[in-house]
Design a protein around this ligand. Structure first.
Ligand code: HEM
Ligand code: NAG
Ligand code: NAG
Ligand code: NAG
Ligand code: NAG
Length: 269
């Protein structure tokens, strides 16, 4: 009887907070996407969806939904992501204030060439995980069990060299450098330590390969908030260490402003 009433009391206590979540009664366990669920080129967003911090179907994502999910799942603060979140609305195929994870595959809005784990759009799937592409990162920083600023920067450099060699449509401007360095800073921070700029290889590999939070392996959400200041400082260090060769001659920064060709203004910055 005692245990029954304890369970009962506990479930009553949990009920209001469970209802307060926009995603309902989600306990944030990992569940791989199923039929009809959509995913993106972003291992961070996909992981948040696989754990129910984002809608598990990957659809109808608003700015508050994505910013809350990143804070709850990864302790990334809203200011650090609000720009990316707002820009992603430009890719939406069905609403002014919401997007689906498949929308953000649109090349040239956020999605770019020389990714860490996806092919260039001109060469193949720009959104599905690709182990060949990822091998540059997976083989980096040999001899130790963590990735750091030096290795992340080197991987960016090598991946860009590969794109410049294999893809004559590569876009490589300051915009792409900034986004790519921000993404490197993000995997080091959410899987490791934003101040040290280091993350265990095992955790980062699981984030990319399985799009899963490596809780059973010992990962814990960053105990300190991943703020725009901390993330920006790390992004800057990775960017500087990446020995960027500069833009392709004559190429200006650009952004695709709509998924509809007839509405798209390829803005030159
Ligand atoms: C929640 C924290 C986030 C983490 C940890 C994260 C992490 C990453 C990483 C590591 C990549 C690089 C993937 C690669 O190069 O193979 C990436 C790419 C991307 N992210 Fe995120 N991200 C986060 C939030 C966001 C947000 C808020 C958006 C927009 C709503 C976004 C959209 C994208 C897109 C479109 C790409 C593809 C870029 C490309 O490689 O072409 N991410 N993200
Ligand atoms: C949810 O997203 C889908 C597209 O992914 C759209 O067709 C549908 O109208 C959206 N639903 C709501 C309630 O906005
Ligand atoms: C990253 O790790 C490698 C291997 O231990 C080391 O040589 C390098 O100095 C480290 N970089 C930083 C910024 O600590
Ligand atoms: C890029 O290479 C492809 C295949 O080799 C070729 O068909 C295309 O014309 C080239 N495009 C440019 C812009 O050079
Ligand atoms: C992160 O790294 C910093 C600086 O190297 C260190 O002081 C701090 O204790 C680390 N935090 C965690 C949670 O390991």
């Amino acid at each position: 009887m005692l245990s029954f009433s304890f369970v009962f009391a506990t479930s009553l206590l949990l009920l209001p907070s469970a209802l307060a979540f926009p995603q309902g009664d989600d306990n944030h366990d990992f569940k791989a996407p199923g039929d009809g669920d959509v995913r993106s080129p972003c291992p961070g967003l996909n992981t948040l969806a696989n754990h129910g911090y984002l809608p598990r179907d990957g659809k109808n994502i608003t700015i508050p939904i994505v910013l809350d999910a990143a804070r709850e799942g990864f302790n990334v603060q809203p200011e650090a992501l609000v720009l990316a979140a707002r820009i992603s609305l430009l890719t939406s195929t069905y609403a002014y204030d919401a997007f689906s994870l498949e929308d953000v595959r649109l090349h040239g809005t956020i999605e770019h060439d020389a990714s860490l784990s996806r092919m260039d759009e001109a060469l193949g799937s720009n959104w599905q995980f690709n182990e060949d592409i990822f091998s540059t990162l997976a083989n980096s920083n040999p001899g130790v069990d963590y990735y750091n600023i030096t290795s992340a920067a080197e991987v960016q450099h090598l991946r860009l060299e590969q794109s410049l060699r294999d893809n004559n449509e590569t876009h490589n401007t300051f915009n792409e450098l900034t986004m790519r360095s921000g993404e490197s800073a993000l995997y080091l921070s959410v899987m490791g330590n934003v101040t040290a700029g280091e993350a265990p290889k095992e955790f980062v590999n699981i984030l990319f390969r399985e799009e899963r939070l490596p809780r059973e392996e010992g990962w814990q959400r960053s105990p300190i908030p991943i703020t725009i200041e901390r993330l920006g400082a790390l992004q800057q260090k990775v960017s500087e260490a990446s020995d960027w060769p500069g833009p392709i001659e004559g190429q200006c920064a650009w952004v695709r402003t709509s998924p509809r060709d007839d509405l798209d203004i390829v803005g030159i910055i």
